[in-house]
Design a protein around this ligand. Sequence first.
Ligand code: WQD
Length: 339
Amino acid sequence: MNILVTGGAGYIGSHTCVALLEAGHSVIIADNLSNSKRENVEKIMRLVDKEVTFYEIDVTDEEAVDVIFRNYNIDGVIHFAGHKAVGESVEKPLDYYCNNIVSTIVLTKACKKYDVRRFVFSSSATVYGDNTVPFVESMNLLPTTNPYGETKAMSERILTDIAKSNPAFSVSLLRYFNPVGAHESGLIGEVPSGIPNNLMPYVTQVAKGNLKKLQVFGNDYPTVDGTGVRDYIHVMDLAEGHVAALENLTEGVHIYNLGTGKGTSVLELVNAFEEANGIEVPYEVVGRRPGDIASCYADVSKAERELGWTAKRDVISMCWDAWRFEKNNFLRLPTMLNR
Ligand code: WQD
């Protein structure tokens, strides 16, 4: 199939493009490169030895999106493009609502105009709010703690209503947990701008010596060792989950958790990284980060039952692959990371 991948030059998008191409699909990437680099498109093509069509556009731009739908016979859309930093969304809610909601509307309008019937949406576990774990797709969603999470919940509702009004339009809403790691080649991976917000990219910067030590945000949570528990999933497992969702898409709206179903604490992840790579990761425990919840992990039985998909890579592999990418591809000047 001919698949339009918005945000396809980004972290999860680029890995998904590799998985799509390896599965025999062709890929058109639309990305404004606001949080990714054009070189990633070349790396994808080099990795899979196949051509990829690339448009440097903003997918909130209706005319620019129409050019792509007019020129290509698109069989499906996987929509990643969007702002995704929880903390930033609290500071800049309007940017998040404009970008994340308008892009979903522009793309679904184009799908309607050109009769494109498959839509896979990059949602997030954040939409569950502070529900009881493990999170199940049928749960009633609770308000999220941030505009980012609200844009994901709203986009899910928009797509659900559109699918209800048009039975031919099939939607898969994929709720991610914590994507980490990198393609085993070490060629593509996570490239946060500036000081990383997320745990694994911060750990790799400490391991590299660019940052002095990890700050562990609280060890007084009701968890195995008091630190936050999350469902970390290897980004290639996540990518393969998208291909499975696309290829198994049937009429209506389908929601799937893409996770491992296992919770890992901050200290368990740090210990796994040290064991996997033989590197010490100094840390200090500080206060809780506002907005964090104690535990977040998935019930992943539905994706296994309906898509035949499960995460295959374990935490040690995630640590190996994250570190390999960091070593091979990133010489960040310590001055840029002044913590
Ligand atoms: C993981 C754990 C922190 C950094 C976020 C988004 C979520 C999704 C994934 C988009 C927590 C602790 C972290 C650090 C730490 N993104 N931590 N020191 O917050 O679970 O999820 O990214 O969909 O929507 O909210 O990920 O990696 O920031 O935190 O102790 O320097 O690591 O407290 O327990 P999070 P994270």
